[in-house]
Write a protein that binds this ligand. Structure first.
Ligand code: GLA
Length: 683
């Protein structure tokens, strides 16, 4: 067995070693080191009778027990109540392409812990996860089972994540790490609007283009926890995994538990390189192919969807160039308002007397695909489903189930509930030519009853249902919505095809939301709609051009009430959609750069790039005294190639080096001004 294991990617090395006391220690996570023999664990000793080796050591996956007061990766309770574990490193397996498993065994406890590592070499990323197996004759309770612990050999880092709430998701923040431990989590059954199950730790001077960043994201569409602990002995650790709060999973004899993976990377090229790497990884999880321009009826019609009304909207949506028409909430059961009908996924005979087929045929005849909204994890107390199966919801024995948005959460840990959801959706998709589902989830889980495993099992149940549905209907795209951005994470991506990041479609607010989203999630998965002005939520008036340009920085959709727009506005909207279709490969598949704004005016500059073309989106929400322009310096071009572009009405032909080092001036006037500058490579 090796004493040191090194995972090499083109620019990074991640190394683990067994030290002389048999502890598995993190040795290096940073820039590449080819001399693997140099990667030995640092010398350690007890610093005092209260500062002991096991607590000081940067253990790769510490387990509860002994002198460990730091964050641990695993806490288990054996049948006799013992919580002390003493695993030893028992072996390793190198798989193809440098993938690795390190096996640790606690024979006495009957527990095997396999640490898995997979290299995503071309992206300089590694994936880690853990499999815990019970080899004893008794049950073992897992009270905490993280996917990984990481070590960064520095203090005073900068921790970034997003904070938010409904309609204000993805507000980016950065704060220093220090002696106080940081903890983020979600406890609502989804990854939540509040924070994202990911970490970004950077040096104090890291910028978009330079400086060290260590980052990682958990691939799990449910509860998570994340701690960042600056050790009093130097260094910082991150522990990340499925939500442990109120959750415990029983391992039967012979059983095993596999954690979701966490993908992690290191770069010394700043936040920008972190994002382009994470985006490339995220796009790989997604089904290939362009995302269609959609129209969604929610903001225009609310619950008031009717056959005639939707047909009329569809005709108008086609006229502006939409490729997919999505009927939102209100089409089913007795769903006249929020309070009713969830769970009854039959077509409302009042609203669609002839069923959905004529509307679908109309939409298809126009040349659009058809999509529809569902909220399969939920049930309204006022529904046939609830009347038939009141026991299918999460509830506790002593209290009535409490509603939010007048709805309850179905218990997806139950196979009968999952089978029901599958068969209803399978029927809907089999009977109608549906190409797109918007899958919503509008309230958190609560009152889950006595079994603490249910948090995990509910999410595993969701994953199982969606997978089964995808297997049965591989051509259907599924959008993940959870009251807007309540379920945006790398476990949802891949399972679902795109995200609705927020119900807030105000273009100015969206600039911040989209920036926060862009730190680790790919543009192609981010649905962004052009909606009405004033915005229904914020009552802010923003010109159509600015609204369109903001939405064009995602997977474009339109949610405006097309019947209340003038012919001139509709024509203008059509132009943006046409432009978007031409630019779509650059926006959906290209690299995104958040460019610096050197102006005292608050310009926001974004560049999307493929080798042949870059698009520079320029926004000026409010022009201030001095009316200064800005200087745009591009990134990622070929220094010696020539590029053509028009800025401030003048056509230019410049080298890549000039565009990156010198840059061009842009000057916008007024408020809510915006422009898109196309930079084409000509040689
Ligand atoms: C949630 C979604 C919205 C819309 C409504 C329908 O709020 O986030 O986009 O679908 O539900 O009720």
């Amino acid at each position: 067995m090796n004493r040191t294991w090194a995972l090499q990617t083109p620019t990074t090395t991640y190394a683990v070693a067994c030290d002389e006391r048999g502890l598995l220690r993190s040795v290096h996570w940073g820039g590449r080191i080819d001399a693997v023999d140099d990667l030995t664990p640092g010398q350690l000793w007890d610093l005092s009778t209260n500062d002991l080796y096991a607590d000081i050591a940067e253990e790769e996956f510490p387990l509860h027990g002994g002198f460990r007061y730091k964050e641990v990766g695993l806490r288990a309770v054996l049948a006799d109540g013992t919580r002390e574990l003493r695993p030893v490193v028992a072996g390793d397996t190198w798989h193809e392409r440098g993938h690795l498993t390190i096996r640790c065994i606690d024979e006495d406890a009957g527990l095997t812990i396999d640490l898995y590592y997979r290299i995503v070499g071309d992206l300089d990323l590694i994936e880690r996860w853990v499999v815990v197996s019970n080899t004893s004759q008794d049950r073992i309770l897992l009270e905490r089972i993280a996917s990984a612990q990481f070590h960064i050999p520095f203090d005073d880092l900068r921790f970034s994540n997003v904070s938010g709430l409904w309609a204000a998701e993805f507000q980016p923040f950065t704060q220093p790490t220090g002696p106080a431990k940081l903890r983020l989590d979600s406890r609502k059954g989804v990854s939540d609007h509040r924070h994202n199950p990911s970490f970004i730790l950077a040096g104090p001077d890291t910028t978009e283009t330079a400086g060290p960043v260590w980052f990682g994201a958990l691939a799990h569409p449910g509860n998570f926890f994340l701690t960042v602990e600056q050790s009093q002995y130097g260094g910082t650790s991150v522990t990340i995994g499925i939500g442990e709060d109120d959750c415990a999973v029983t391992l039967e004899p012979g059983g095993s538990f596999t954690t979701p993976p966490v993908v992690a990377g290191y770069t010394r090229q700043g936040y920008g390189r972190m994002s382009t790497t994470a985006h490339a990884y995220g796009r790989r999880l997604m089904r290939p192919g362009p995302r269609p321009v959609l129209y969604n009826s929610w903001e225009a019609a609310g619950f008031d969807v009717t056959d005639d009304g939707q047909r009329e909207l569809a005709t108008r949506a086609r006229a502006i160039g939409a490729e997919l028409f999505v009927v939102d909430d209100g089409w089913f059961g007795r769903r006249g308002q929020e309070a009713d009908g969830l769970g009854d996924w039959w077509v409302s005979p009042e609203k669609f007397p002839r069923g959905l087929a004529p509307l679908v045929a109309h939409v298809n005849r126009l040349g659009m695909a058809f999509g529809i909204w569902v909220e399969p994890e939920m049930v309204s107390p006022n529904s046939d489903l609830y009347a038939a199966h009141p026991d299918w919801v999460h509830r506790d024995a002593r209290h009535d189930p409490e509603t939010s948005r007048d709805q309850l959460v179905l218990d997806l840990s139950r196979p009968d509930v999952r089978d029901h959801i599958f068969s209803v959706l399978d029927g809907l998709l089999s009977e109608n030519a549906i190409a797109y589902l918007k899958w919503d989830a509008n309230r958190p889980m609560a009152q889950v009853g006595p079994d603490r495993a249910v948090w995990w099992e509910h999410t595993a149940g969701l994953v199982a249902v969606v997978r089964r549905l995808r297997e049965a209907h591989p051509e259907v795209l599924i959008e993940a919505c959870a009251s807007g951005g309540g379920r945006v994470d790398l476990g949802t991506l891949g399972l679902f095809d795109d995200f609705w990041p927020s119900d807030n479609t105000d273009a100015l607010d969206r600039l911040t939301i989209q920036r926060g989203y862009s730190m680790l999630h790919p543009t192609k998965a981010m649905r962004a709609w052009i909606t009405d002005s004033p915005n229904f939520l914020t009552q802010r008036d923003i010109p159509l051009r600015f609204r369109a340009h903001v939405a064009m920085m995602g997977s474009l959709g339109v949610g405006a009430d097309l019947s209340s727009m003038t012919e001139t506005e509709l024509a203008e909207l059509g132009v943006y959609i046409d432009q978007y279709k031409t630019w779509r490969p650059v926006i959906q598949e290209g690299a995104l750069h958040r460019l610096d704004n050197p102006s005292p005016n608050a310009y926001q500059l974004y560049q999307f790039s493929v080798p042949e073309r870059s698009l520079v989106f320029v926004f000026l929400p409010a022009s201030r005294i001095g009316r200064r322009g800005t200087r745009v310096r591009l990134r990622g071009l070929e220094p010696d190639s020539r590029y053509r572009f028009t800025a401030n009405w003048v056509e230019h032909d410049r080298s890549g080096a000039w565009l990156m080092e010198h840059g061009f001036d842009v000057w916008l006037q007024g408020d809510y001004a915006s422009d898109v500058i196309v930079v084409d490579r000509i040689s």
